[in-house]
Design a binder for this molecule. Sequence first.
Ligand SMILES: Nc1ncnc2c1ncn2[C@@H]1O[C@H](COP(=O)(O)OP(=O)(O)OP(=O)(O)O)[C@@H](O)[C@H]1O
Length: 226
Amino acid sequence: MTGPLLVADDLHLAFGPTRALAGASVEVAPGEVLALLGPSGSGKSTLLHCLAGILTPDRGEVRYRGTRLDDRSDEARSRLRRNDFGFVFQFGSLVPELTALANVALPLQLTGARRRAAEEQARSWLERLGVADVAGKRPGEMSGGQGQRVAVARALIGGPRVVFADEPTGALDSLNGELVMEEFTAAARDQGSSVVLVTHETRVAAYADRSVVLRDGRLTAAPAWA
Ligand SMILES: Nc1ncnc2c1ncn2[C@@H]1O[C@H](COP(=O)(O)OP(=O)(O)OP(=O)(O)O)[C@@H](O)[C@H]1O
């Protein structure tokens, strides 16, 4: 496709008296890794959630593949999240009761794949991310770095067009954070997924093709090093 895959156009969103977004606009190209940077409370997570159809802006439009996303029904947005999007969050991305293998297989099973086929693919994703040895473990039995890699495998297994990641390395030390980012961005690139990444760490943003900075709910000029 030509043109942006995902567009936020002049988004405004308030939580009571707090203006989280105040005219935020951004575009994401197909296959692009985009970092959203900015100080705490600047609206990064809120913008990410609007782009992913999790939150609805009070004003402005979100367009995905040329059509509006923000005015679709809850059910249509859930379907889109299941079929087209993958998610990696800092904490709690994995289902605690399920093994790593079952967690990674879950998105395929939710879209109708048989368990055996889903688990076969899940195993190869765990291998690719270097965590095949934790296939039978539950999230509480893994290290932070292992858990994040399993979460990345789960986000990518369905071949999403867009992966949304909110502070994906926030719980990791810097070496593990870099390993996860390397594997994450390489795997996303291999299958042509776009990645929208929220971070406040410049070393994480360095893995992105482009960085934008939010301040007080809107984008400011990119930093000189980006
Ligand atoms: N559910 C909510 N209810 C009330 N206020 C909220 C809610 N979510 C966000 N906010 C407020 O909106 C503003 C933007 O929050 P947001 O989480 O988007 O910022 P952020 O840049 O991601 O911050 P951080 O880096 O600290 O995660 C903040 O002032 C925050 O307190």
